[in-house]
Write a protein that binds this ligand. Structure first.
Ligand code: THU
Length: 135
């Protein structure tokens, strides 16, 4: 369980990276800050593209930054948007690969906490690495 100071740090980092969002098509900036087991924080923001499907969510940018730094176990993630929107299904799946028990905090741009949950609660019955053990 993260303490208040740790959550504040993550929300602050997510709010900061949200300012770098490249979202000219949706005008819906998203900021994510991911704490890994190593104690390091990786941030991500959504990056859109004129070829719409090539856009990527903030949570996956943060997750892929962490994994590319060999930080493979996620402890917590804070997601900040203007209205406190929840992570999409694709991001829930990617997060589950590296942290089914990771805590998730969803906040709006004013710092209001909209929801506190876990990846497993957000993605019940997740398909994961154990499903592929016998292949
Ligand atoms: N978006 C995220 O970054 N994370 C989510 O979990 C939901 C949606 C982004 C994608 C797109 O750039 C914009 O929000 C509107 O869908």
């Amino acid at each position: 369980m993260l303490n208040d100071a740790q959550w504040e740090e993550l929300i602050e980092a997510a709010s900061e990276v949200l300012k770098s969002s490249y979202s000219p098509y949706s005008s819906y900036p998203v900021g994510a800050a991911l704490l890994t087991e190593s104690g390091k924080v990786y941030t991500g923001t959504n990056i859109e593209n004129a070829v719409y499907p090539l856009s990527i969510c903030a949570e996956r940018v943060a997750a892929f930054k962490a994994v590319s730094d060999k930080a493979l176990t996620f402890k917590a993630i804070a997601v900040v948007t203007k209205d406190g929107g929840f992570p999409c299904g694709a991001c829930r799946q990617v997060l589950s690969e590296f942290g089914l028990d990771a805590e998730v905090l969803i906040a709006d741009e004013k710092g209001n906490i909209i929801e506190q949950s876990t990846v497993s609660d957000l993605l019940p019955g997740a398909f994961g690495p154990s499903n592929l053990k016998n292949i």
